[in-house]
Design a protein around this ligand. Structure first.
Ligand code: DON
Length: 310
């Protein structure tokens, strides 16, 4: 028996959003603090929607690989949670920080325990723990993304990783500072190397929408095996909603109404639990590091479809 598809297709919605974004004035500026990202063309735009069964719809540059950056923090969190469960939460919190993603200020008041896994300090803790669990956190991440997306070509851009490393003083400061509180288990240079490589993964909107699918399937991977419990998948979605877009998480929830995670490469992933996952890419950022066209496109998606968690 062949599986029949629902009559609703996302393609007309995506086509309409792309046309509207094309007319939109002001696209922000690509991240300037890493030279390898600064060269991106802010006019690029792509968007993909993946259904839980793996059907993908896309528009614009949806098959173009881009620098996933902080979007990878969702996957390392899930991979570590799958391995060590709630023990992780002794080392990183679950509250929005209200501060920029690379801020240091709260760490001293809060004894080296970062506010959440999606600011850089928290992501460094997660990567450190995943490194301890796997022996190669970046490789575990790549293997997961390849398996979920079905794209064996998905890889790390070593030039971007080198650029991250050359301009990584703030992340180094965060790593050493947390190590002084005993909250980092690996040598800091090892951790930083893993973290910079993780940030430098290149994937397309199609790849990342598919790889996020487990969060729409209550923790089930593309091959039908379980990565997270339903409860853990809910928890990751909740942290994305409250912390996934840094000090703009409130505005993102207000405008888009979905769990989402942005990266300074200009990508944003989002989840409609039970329905679909999305990834949008456009390199021009606002002052908080979120893609201007990306947020606008997701805003239009939830408005046009009525798909939101609220
Ligand atoms: O840690 C950094 O500086 C970057 N490689 C990752 C930052 C990032 O994407 C944060 N987000 N918006």
């Amino acid at each position: 028996m062949t599986k029949s598809k629902p009559s609703l297709t996302f393609q007309p919605v995506l086509d309409r959003i792309a046309a509207e974004i094309g007319e939109m004035p002001g696209r922000g500026r690509p991240a300037a603090y890493i030279p390898a990202l600064a060269a991106c063309d802010p006019d690029r735009f792509g968007m993909a929607v993946a259904e839980p069964d793996g059907t993908v719809y896309g528009v614009g540059d949806w098959r173009q690989p881009f620098s996933a950056q902080s979007i990878t923090k969702v996957f390392t969190l899930a991979l570590d949670l799958a391995r060590e469960g709630d023990a992780l939460w002794e080392h990183v919190g679950r509250e929005p920080s209200g501060n920029p993603f690379n801020s240091l200020v709260q760490l001293e008041y809060e004894n080296g325990i970062p506010r959440n896994p999606f600011i850089n300090a928290g992501a460094l803790v997660v990567t450190d723990r995943l490194q301890t669990q796997t022996g190669d956190a970046a490789e575990a991440l790549i293997a997961f993304l390849r398996a979920e997306s079905g794209n064996d070509q998905l890889s790390i851009n070593e030039a971007v990783a080198a650029s991250e490393s050359a301009h990584g003083d703030r992340n180094a400061a965060l790593g050493h500072f947390m190590a002084s509180y005993g909250n980092i288990g690996n040598p800091v240079p090892v951790l930083l190397n893993q973290y910079f490589r993780q940030c430098s993964v290149e994937a397309s909107c199609a790849d990342l929408a598919l790889a996020t699918g487990f969060l729409a399937r209550r923790g089930i991977r593309a091959d039908g095996t379980r990565l997270l419990s339903g409860s853990q998948a809910k928890q990751v979605n909740a942290i994305m909603l409250t912390c996934g877009t840094y000090d703009a998480a409130g505005e993102f929830a207000y405008r888009v109404g979905l769990p989402g995670k942005s990266g300074v490469g200009g990508g944003i992933i989002a989840v409609v639990p039970g329905h679909c996952t999305l990834c949008v890419w456009s390199p021009g950022l606002d002052e908080r590091g979120n893609s201007v066209s990306g947020v606008a496109a997701l805003d239009r998606f939830t408005t046009l479809t009525g798909l939101s968690v609220f």
